[in-house]
Design a binder for this molecule. Structure first.
Ligand code: NAP
Length: 265
């Protein structure tokens, strides 16, 4: 499972799932670009842990929704490490609201970061992969992209229509792109987390009553941790999973299993 000298960009790696994934790649000896948007301290702490784990890297501030900033980030990565092997498209936000009072700004911000941001980063990564020496059908993949989506790419979510729409969009972005670039030996997959304890949902896991309610939705009866996602991401970007493309792995403690039917329905 050693990824050794893989060069990896992880967007939104200053906290939560992205931080966990970046540290896990660091432990494999990878070169990790730690992207962040506002939390420089968090990104620095991620980088320290990458180095402690035996990896290398640098932090890079960029808004994934801004084309020029995304292009500069990929240029910096290649000028530092010469190439790119893995993109972890992770950065994401929520701006929750009832539908009737949702502002255009709430809609646009979520779509721009969660969906357009993943498109912009994926496009830069694909251009770099396509520039590599063409692989023959018997070779392993020349590049991997993992889209961090959500169980809400298939579970509707009232009060979060902008977020669920962005994640549903990622599902078809991931699959269509996987189809387009599979003949070039580029693998594209998704990981859809269930409830993972991070800053995005700390108002839930820090509150005992809300946790009780949440557990009704998780047959496996525990909240997930960033490491649960990170282990899958490292494997999914490794040659161990070489024949997998265009697939989503739901890492959700059974949240997508219709938990309401757990007691015989
Ligand atoms: P988090 O701890 O709030 O982390 C979000 C990350 O995204 C931060 O590093 C943040 O950077 C970054 N970010 C936000 N806007 C950005 C932008 N415009 N450009 C670049 N980076 C930006 O949340 P998380 O739970 O780890 O979420 C990570 C991903 O997992 C998201 O796509 C989320 O939808 C998905 N997810 C999470 C859960 C869950 O239960 N936690 C479940 C399903 C899916 P700064 O802090 O530096 O601004």
């Amino acid at each position: 499972m050693k990824t050794n000298n893989q060069t990896v960009i992880v967007t939104g790696a200053s906290s939560g799932i992205g931080q966990g994934i970046a540290i896990a790649f660091g432990k494999q000896g990878a070169n990790v670009v730690v992207n962040y948007h506002s939390d420089e301290e968090g990104a620095t702490s991620t980088l320290e842990k990458i180095i402690e784990g035996g990896g290398k890297g640098f932090i890079h501030k960029a808004d994934v929704g801004k084309e020029d900033e995304v292009i500069s980030m990929f240029e910096k990565a290649t000028s530092e490490y010469g190439t790119l092997d893995v993109l972890i498209n992770n950065a994401g936000i929520q701006k929750d609201s009832d539908f009737s009072s949702m502002t255009l700004d709430q809609w646009n911000k979520v779509i721009n970061t969660n969906l357009t941001g993943q498109f912009l980063c994926a496009r830069e990564a694909i251009q770099l992969f396509e520039a590599k020496k063409q692989a023959s059908p018997d070779d392993k993949a020349i590049g991997n992209i993992i889209f961090i989506s959500s169980v809400h790419d298939i579970i509707p979510w009232a009060g979060h229509v902008n977020y669920a729409s962005s994640k549903g969009g990622i599902l078809m972005l991931m699959k269509s792109l996987a189809l387009e670039v599979a003949p070039k030996k580029i693998r594209i997959n998704g990981i859809s987390p269930g409830a993972i304890a991070t800053d995005i949902n700390d108002e839930v896991w820090k509150d005992e009553e809300k946790m009780k309610e949440l557990m009704k939705l998780i047959p496996y009866k525990r909240i997930g941790l960033p490491e649960d996602i990170a282990k899958v991401a490292v494997w999914l970007a490794s040659p161990e999973s070489d024949y997998i493309t265009g697939t989503t792995i739901y890492v959700d403690g059974g949240m997508t299993l219709y938990p309401g039917f757990v007691d015989n329905g």
